[in-house]
Design a protein around this ligand. Structure first.
Ligand SMILES: [Zn+2]
Ligand SMILES: [Zn+2]
Length: 185
């Protein structure tokens, strides 16, 4: 069985229970396609040659992907999902919840703007896990070739804000699931 490695990339702090919840959910779904989720030990962000923007106080998301791909290739894993607490952006976007490369077979999600505290909400422990699972499933969908879906309940719907993330489910809609099954056929 090919491995899907889950890599915590730490700036300050990543909750272990969130990483476990994401890995469990991903395993539960992607094992049907022969992927087995494995959590790696935490890696400090300083091990990644990432680009930091001092004015924005954010990291350029795409600069995480080459190192992630290297780790994935070294371990001969099928895919890699990075989870970071760093705030990410992309050119032309104020921020991103995550990004993916179908070519490199890697993705990363940021917990920074998924945290209830970021919005002055109360952290009941479950909300962050739920949001992280949705963003992980979304980016992994991209890794395996899915594009954005017009169905607001589908996990492949684009999240402009946390409201979109909260509105969508953790699941791929029938359409997206069909495409995914084609990819793994
Ligand atoms: Zn997307
Ligand atoms: Zn869909």
């Amino acid at each position: 069985m090919a491995r899907l490695i889950v890599v915590p990339i730490v700036l300050e702090k990543i909750e272990k229970d969130v990483v476990v919840a994401v890995a469990d959910y991903v395993e539960q779904f992607y094992s049907r396609f022969g992927l087995h989720a494995v959590i790696l030990s935490e890696i400090g962000i300083d091990n990644f040659s990432v680009e930091y923007n001092w004015n924005r106080r954010q990291f350029l998301g795409r600069t995480f992907l080459p190192t992630l791909a290297q780790i994935k290739d070294t371990l001969r894993a099928g895919a890699a999902l990075g989870i970071t607490d760093a705030d990410l952006y992309e050119k032309g976007l104020n921020f991103i919840f995550g990004l993916a490369s179908p070519y490199l077979k890697v993705a990363i999600i940021s917990l920074h703007r998924l945290r209830p505290e970021f919005y002055g909400e109360i952290n009941n422990g479950e909300l962050l896990k739920n949001r992280a699972i949705k963003e992980a499933m979304h980016e992994l969908g991209h890794v395996f070739g899915l594009e954005h879906c017009p169905n607001p309940k589908c996990v492949m719907h684009f999240s402009n804000s946390i409201l979109d993330t909260d509105l969508k489910s953790r699941e791929y809609c029938d359409n997206c699931l069909k495409k995914l099954k084609e990819v793994f056929k």
